[in-house]
Design a protein around this ligand. Structure first.
Ligand code: HEC
Ligand code: HEC
Length: 394
């Protein structure tokens, strides 16, 4: 890998990758990694979207450079017909692939696929940003629903891209293993040995050293674990609720904005219990709750008419239908076709998510009841129920 293939000092180098191609490659790696690291939560959303635009710009550049670059950078230099691709794959399968200075026929098409994937991720990201947040290049063009759907595509493509990146890195390592040629270093230096120097050097490497299966397995495992870590260890610390914003809700015109807490609601509805966030029930349910205040789960809640109107208006303005949170979406989806309930804890999604929690846990002094969301979800009154914030008290 990095050590054994020392080059003789006077080896003849051929320029393979021109500077724009190398810059493109490593800038894309950086943009992708940065976008990944900033993908969790809204705190780094601006950085995340900027990196997305940069990645898209890089792809556009690379497509143009595919016509203007040097021999190895041009599409015409590396996109070959199926017969060549098949021939290359079968010789690689027999562990005897011919040496190519530029992209080999198999990887040529993978390059194109990766460019298309990054473009797809960026475009679906821009639709999400425009639809859900009403910001960015396509702000106001797409509906909230379109944004929401684009986000599904965005996340799926991003995960697929990580898989393709892992395969790409493994293939590079396999190449090194088979041909004793470190093409990762070439992507930095831009050069490769000429045929003669290459043959001369390789002839000095013993066959055992040359195809060290162990080395290959170790590096490939590292690449694979890296990919899995990216997929499963998303950076997500506990939320700082003192500074966390309220979730976004969509207004009558379809614009998303941060929810504004209503003071009367907090005063009247957050005394007997924690404030149940408006985004947790659909509009019909809130109407039912507000109509039934005389007998509110065995208690009488007294409100003057003006306060009742104000609270109901607030609850409806941020009901689950208008909310942008994952919890609202999932609660709503699981309610499809069911009559309006006035209990969040009666909603199928709520029940499913809490089915594994022992009844005794809900009876603990520190919890008191199922309805005391804030005991386990410190962000409950901000409508935030992220997995990484959940803590069941003793
Ligand atoms: C006088 C005390 C009192 C006041 C004031 C009060 N509630 Fe309640 N609320 C209760 C009780 C008691 C329950 C049942 C809790 C339980 O089962 O553990 C409840 C339950 C609820 C639930 C169902 C929670 C679940 O289990 O899913 C909702 C929603 C709710 N209240 C909304 C409101 C709203 C909105 C207001 C303000 C208009 C309000 N409450 C004011 C006493 C009160
Ligand atoms: C005793 C602690 C406890 C209480 C009380 C509680 N929850 Fe939870 N909740 C959990 C745990 C634990 C999970 C994670 C379940 C899982 O993913 O397997 C969870 C998951 C959730 C989720 C899904 C989060 C996600 O992103 O997967 C939502 C939404 C949620 N709770 C809402 C509520 C609401 C609303 C209330 C109050 C009406 C409530 N919870 C009360 C412990 C609690």
């Amino acid at each position: 890998m990095w050590t054994p293939n020392e080059q003789p000092v006077d080896s003849l180098k051929i320029k393979v990758w021109d500077i724009p191609t190398r810059l493109f490659h490593w800038l894309l790696v950086t943009a992708f990694a940065g976008a990944f690291l900033s993908s969790h939560g809204d705190r780094f959303l601006e950085l995340h979207t900027s990196l997305g635009y940069i990645a898209l710009g890089l792809v556009v550049f690379r497509v143009l450079w595919g016509f203007a670059g040097n021999e190895s950078a041009r599409f015409s230099g590396f996109l070959r017909g199926w017969r060549k691709v098949k021939g290359y794959i079968s010789s690689a399968a027999r562990l005897r692939p011919p040496r190519y200075l530029g992209h080999n026929p198999a990887v040529g098409w993978v390059v194109l696929l990766m460019l298309a994937m990054v473009a797809g991720i960026a475009v679906s990201g821009i639709v999400t940003y425009g639809g859900e947040e009403n910001r960015g290049f396509w702000a106001g063009v797409f509906s909230f629903e379109a944004g929401y759907n684009a986000r599904v595509v965005h996340a799926l493509l991003a995960d697929l891209a990580i898989a393709v990146v892992v395969i790409h890195v493994c293939a590079a390592l396999f190449h090194d293993f088979l041909l004793s040629e470190n093409i990762i270093v070439s992507m930095f230096t831009g050069t490769k040995e000429d045929e003669e120097t290459y043959a001369e050097r390789v002839s000095h490497i013993g066959p055992h050293e040359r195809r060290s299966v162990l080395r290959l397995v170790v590096w490939m495992t590292a690449a694979l674990m890296g990919g899995l870590a990216l997929l499963y260890l998303r950076p997500a610390g506990r939320t700082d609720f003192l500074h966390a914003p309220q979730p976004k809700v969509v207004d009558d015109k379809g614009f998303a904005a941060e929810m504004k807490v209503n003071a009367t609601w907090l005063e009247e509805c957050a005394g007997c219990h924690n404030a149940f966030h408006p985004t947790l029930l659909p509009a019909e349910s809130w109407k039912k709750v507000m109509r039934g205040l005389d007998d509110h789960f065995g208690e009488a809640v007294e409100l003057d008419a003006a306060a009742a109107v104000e609270i109901e208006r607030f609850l409806l303005s941020a009901s689950a239908e208008r909310s942008t949170t994952e919890a609202s979406r999932k609660l709503l989806r699981s309610l499809k076709g069911l009559p309006a309930t006035d209990r969040i804890t009666d909603i199928p999604y709520w029940k499913a998510k809490h089915a594994d929690i022992d009844e005794q846990v809900f009876k603990r002094k520190s919890v008191v009841s199922q309805s005391n969301c804030i005991a386990c979800h410190p962000g409950a009154e901000l409508g935030s129920f992220e997995d990484h914030d959940i803590a069941i008290p003793e």
